[in-house]
Design a binder for this molecule. Structure first.
Ligand SMILES: Cc1ncc(COP(=O)(O)O)c(C=O)c1O
Length: 391
């Protein structure tokens, strides 16, 4: 069995609303939903996305390219902005798909640090120091996987300022757009940028709870025409590589984006936020753990005070043993280039989360108090995690 740990449908407790299901049922009857579409997507679907994305700034249908999931949009963005031998800057910790996409094309990945003690804000000095003559894009993930951070307007402006002074475009991964807990505000990065070109990548995946439908999009924001026609042409050419995304869902998009009730989104966020509070409350007193309360998205990062667990070499061995002893699976920080942490997923049913937190507490109690008696299970993490996709 393959477990996709970042898939909100895994446990069956979170489902799209009936309007979304109905939209696809209606689409299946259409003759036009069976054939190939234009490789950049059907015009009505691109129009619907342009309207849905008005919070990002002025968007026209010709600024939108439909993609097979947000990861395809990221692939187009990285491919069009960077050449082999150049580099892109990605956050650490961060979702690791950029490395896979870039390195396959001979593009280097350089990391800029996020600050765990400042709600995972960007270390601005580090970001600026990483930029060199070969830097072709800065990736910003907001809200963040794995941190669950949501940047304030001011912080986004600070990032944009660095990009502007150094003339580097931004790839804004906003697949968790609008996924924000109470008291926090999501602002589309592109809405704040005057001169820095922003390629925003998003999709239905998380917000509409349909990752398997593989419907994402890329939106070009280039108000001063800095990227010129070449980049738009390049994106259009690149989109022909897969002959366009799934037409069945494209045809359903106008209904999906306009008919989904706000109450559906509110309920999903409320559920995830309540799980975040539950996990934080349950784990904050556990010896050796320091959960960091997220502000949005679907994840929580937890620091593992490795010094209190001397029998474990690193976070990988910690989660490996947690899995072997308590059947609780967390992704080790190493998966996000950030050792001594682990990430938990907040979309699981409440009773499962409660039980998982209890077991984590038992595990930590045991390994911090009776550590000299301990015999660490030295299983190979690859064997444990080989069926788990790190997303
Ligand atoms: C930050 C981030 N970007 C992109 C993706 C990929 O989205 P999609 O499934 O739409 O390709 C994910 C999936 O977990 C993600 O966490």
């Amino acid at each position: 069995m393959v477990i996709r740990v970042g898939d909100p449908t895994t446990f069956g407790n979170l489902n799209p609303p009936e309007q979304v299901i109905q939209a696809v049922k209606d689409s299946i009857e259409l003759h036009s939903s069976r054939g190939y579409g234009p490789s950049n997507g059907h015009l009505e679907a691109r129009k619907a996305i342009a309207e849905y994305s008005a919070h990002q700034g002025p968007v026209k249908p010709e600024d939108v390219i439909l993609c097979s999931g947000c990861s395809h949009a990221l692939d187009l963005a990285v491919s069009v902005l960077a050449d082999a031998g150049q580099n892109i800057l990605v956050p650490r910790p961060g979702f690791m798909i950029y490395k896979t996409l870039a390195e396959g094309l001979g593009i280097d990945v350089k990391y800029y640090n996020l600050l765990p003690n400042q709600q995972w804000n960007v270390d601005l000095e580090d970001l600026e120091n990483q930029i060199d003559d070969d830097t072709s894009a800065i990736v910003v993930i907001n809200p963040s996987n794995p941190c669950g951070s949501v940047y304030t307007k001011n912080h986004l402006l600070e990032i944009i300022d660095i990009a502007s002074r150094n003339r580097v475009p931004i790839i804004a991964d906003e697949i968790y757009e609008h996924f924000v807990f109470s008291g926090h505000e999501y602002t589309a990065l592109s809405s704040l940028s005057e001169d820095v070109p922003v390629l925003t990548c998003s999709g239905l995946t998380k917000r509409f709870l349909v990752p398997g439908w593989r419907m994402g999009w890329l939106i070009v924001h280039d108000r001063k025409g800095v990227l010129g026609k070449e980049v738009r042409k390049g994106l259009s050419n690149l989109s022909t590589r897969i002959l366009g995304p799934n037409t069945l869902v494209q045809k359903a998009l106008p209904a999906i984006l306009t008919l989904t009730p706000q109450s559906f989104f509110d309920e999903v966020i409320l559920f995830i936020e309540s799980n975040a509070k539950l996990a934080w409350e349950s784990l904050r007193g556990v010896p050796g753990l320091r959960p960091i309360m997220p502000q949005g998205a679907m994840y929580m990062m937890i620091e593992i005070k490795m010094g209190l667990f001397p029998h474990f070499k690193n976070d990988l061995q910690f989660v490996e043993n947690l899995m072997a002893e308590q059947s609780v699976f967390c992704l080790p920080g190493q998966c996000f280039e950030f050792p001594n942490y682990m990430r938990i997923v907040l979309t699981v049913p409440e009773d499962v989360l409660r039980e998982a937190c209890k077991r984590m507490a038992v595990f930590c109690q045991h390994h911090t108090t009776a550590r000299e008696k301990l015999k660490v299970i030295d299983c190979d993490v690859i064997a444990v995690a080989s069926n788990v996709i790190c997303e």
